[in-house]
Design a protein around this ligand. Structure first.
Ligand code: NAD
Length: 112
């Protein structure tokens, strides 16, 4: 159990890599915060993990929601040891010059 007593936040954890990381961390003894825009998916993943998980509906591009996520982690588990900034967004494959400014700004806000 390499992560015994560690507390981890995983963003974008309602599916894909993030879901896998959250479940694996829990198997290794961590208590995890399953954070995602997708509340239904985050709730499902946290339920599947069990007592060592909570979930939050969080848009990581919004500072206030990010702060609420950290607050929820500290309230439930006392501290944060590990932050996995997995949530990501990108444009569809295609010509870079075809990416409009709104899409570019969204990519930057979510990924950074
Ligand atoms: N799949 C790949 O081949 C690949 C390759 C390189 C990098 N990545 C990166 O790995 C990460 C996960 O990829 P994946 O394939 O598991 O993707 P995915 O689409 O399965 O999962 C991404 C998750 O992030 C969530 N999300 C999106 N925007 C969010 C936001 N603003 N706030 C909170 N959550 C948000 C989505 O709801 C989703 O649950 C991403 O950052 C992606 O860019 C993926």
């Amino acid at each position: 159990m390499r992560l015994q007593n560690k507390v981890a936040i995983i963003t974008g954890a309602a599916s894909g890599f993030g879901e896998g990381v959250a479940k694996r961390f829990a198997e290794e003894g961590a208590r995890v915060v399953v954070a995602d825009l997708n509340a239904k998916g985050a709730a499902r993943v946290a339920k599947e993990i069990g007592d060592n998980a909570i979930w939050t509906q969080t848009d990581v591009s919004q500072r206030s929601e990010f702060d609420e996520m950290v607050y929820a982690a500290k309230s439930a588990f006392g501290r944060v040891d590990i932050m996995v900034n997995n949530a990501g967004y990108t444009h569809r494959n295609g010509d870079m010059l075809g990416v409009d400014e709104q899409t570019f700004d969204l990519i930057t806000a979510v990924n950074m």
